[in-house]
Design a protein around this ligand. Structure first.
Ligand SMILES: [Zn+2]
Length: 407
């Protein structure tokens, strides 16, 4: 199965209030796209809440509330993250109680795990647990999760990337400081991790043309999940010294200069395969990093590069999977991020087009075998959990954030 839909089924932006769907015109997708924004977001909200019920039943209820995979990426913590998002939109206390119960089960299931990140490790369990406890007004539970978080120690062979490495732990620190309060995780603790990431990046870069470089399983990845874009994205959420900010900017300039002629980005250093347009590998994840760079540094070159990368996502991003890691939902977040940065409604309509496509067609196309439901079909990163999160984010599009990635 090819990676994405044939071009004539891709929504093409035409004017501010309409989106043409080419060969698909005149059907239910067009009807959805012509709805006023408020009606569309009401429609997406009820679709999201129904999807959430399915996700909870499949990943929690049917397993007898026993957790095998505790991670946010493909496991129960992802369900808790989605249910917490639903709580933030609906303020239904049952949702808050439910996500608290799921995190408790993840806590038990992860006690012997050596993983330390937000997305694939214990930092996610403790950080999300502490934030949910804060919303529940349970100060002692919040304290217990924070203590466990502070007891996390790094294994000696820890990589630097986002899913399994230091950047993924650092992200959890920034998440806590945003949602619990400044200095919940001390500047000294954060500084020590930033130092390790920068020093290691300089060492591997050596005398090369890129100031920072990292490896994961022997490959110098560029994307958000395992590579430069993800690591640099997280570094920009921290207080960088002036020379460190220059290393980060230099690294961004290097990847911009060495992108493919199509505007897409290689998945790793030296790769000539211009194929993947995913959050994990390729332009979508890199767009989010460029948006962050434009916000943090204010440089026009990063803004322009973000807009350029966003065009690639629009032209090639209507994938045959639904998830946020390598599917349409993740790519829709690129337009929401560009909308937040620029205020340009064209990006809101692009997000609306991808989201409406999912809402109107994903279930049918998956049942017909024309779309792939994901290896973990109910998970946050690979399945309909991420799609439900996107639909909930469309209720207040200007406040949308890519789950576990945009602070
Ligand atoms: Zn992926």
């Amino acid at each position: 199965m090819a990676d994405r839909f044939f071009p004539n089924e891709m929504p093409t932006f035409v004017a501010e209030s309409t989106v043409s769907t080419g060969a698909a015109g005149g059907d239910s997708l067009t009807n959805l796209l012509s709805l006023p924004y408020k009606s569309l977001s009401d429609h997406l909200k009820s679709a999201a809440l129904a999807l959430k019920e399915t996700v909870v039943r499949e990943t929690w209820g049917l397993s007898g509330k026993r957790v095998q995979d505790y991670t946010l990426y493909t496991g129960a913590l992802g369900t808790a993250y989605l249910v917490f998002k639903a709580y933030q939109v609906t303020k239904n206390d049952n949702d808050l109680k439910l996500c608290s119960d799921i995190v408790k089960a993840c806590d038990s299931a992860s006690k012997d795990s050596g993983r330390v990140t937000f997305i694939c490790g214990r930092a996610g369990v403790y950080a999300l647990g502490a934030v949910i406890a804060k919303h529940s007004g349970d100060t002692s539970l919040q304290q217990r999760y924070l203590e466990k978080f502070k007891e996390i120690r790094f294994p000696s062979d820890l990589p630097h990337e986002l899913l399994y490495g230091r950047a993924g732990f650092l992200w959890a620190c920034s998440f806590l400081n945003k949602h619990i309060g400044k200095d919940t995780i001390s500047t000294a603790r954060i500084r020590a991790v930033v130092d390790e990431i920068i020093e290691s990046g300089k060492r591997l870069a050596g005398k090369g043309r890129c100031p920072l470089m990292y490896e994961w399983h022997g490959k110098k990845y560029w994307g958000a999940a395992h590579g430069l874009a993800g690591i640099i994205h997280v570094l920009m959420d921290t207080e960088l010294k002036p020379d460190e900010a220059e290393y980060v900017k230099g690294t961004l300039r290097y990847i911009i200069k060495n992108r493919f002629p199509s505007g897409n980005y290689p998945s790793s250093e030296g790769s000539e395969s211009d194929r993947l347009v995913h959050w994990c590998h390729g332009a979508p994840g890199i767009t989010l990093t460029l948006v962050k760079a434009a916000e943090v540094f204010g440089d026009k070159e990063f803004l322009q590069a973000a807009l350029d990368a966003g065009e690639v996502v629009w032209k090639r991003g209507l994938l045959k999977r639904v998830g946020i890691c390598h599917g349409i939902s993740g790519n829709a977040y690129v337009f929401l991020s560009l909308y937040r940065l620029t205020g340009n409604v064209e990006y809101l309509y692009r997000a609306k087009a991808f989201t409406s496509f999912l809402s109107d067609r994903a279930e049918k196309l998956i049942s017909q075998g024309k779309m792939h439901g994901g290896d973990r079909p109910y998970s946050l990163f690979e399945g309909i959990g991420g799609m439900a999160h996107l639909f909930l984010d469309m209720v207040k599009a200007s406040e949308a954030r890519f789950p576990a990635y945009e602070i």
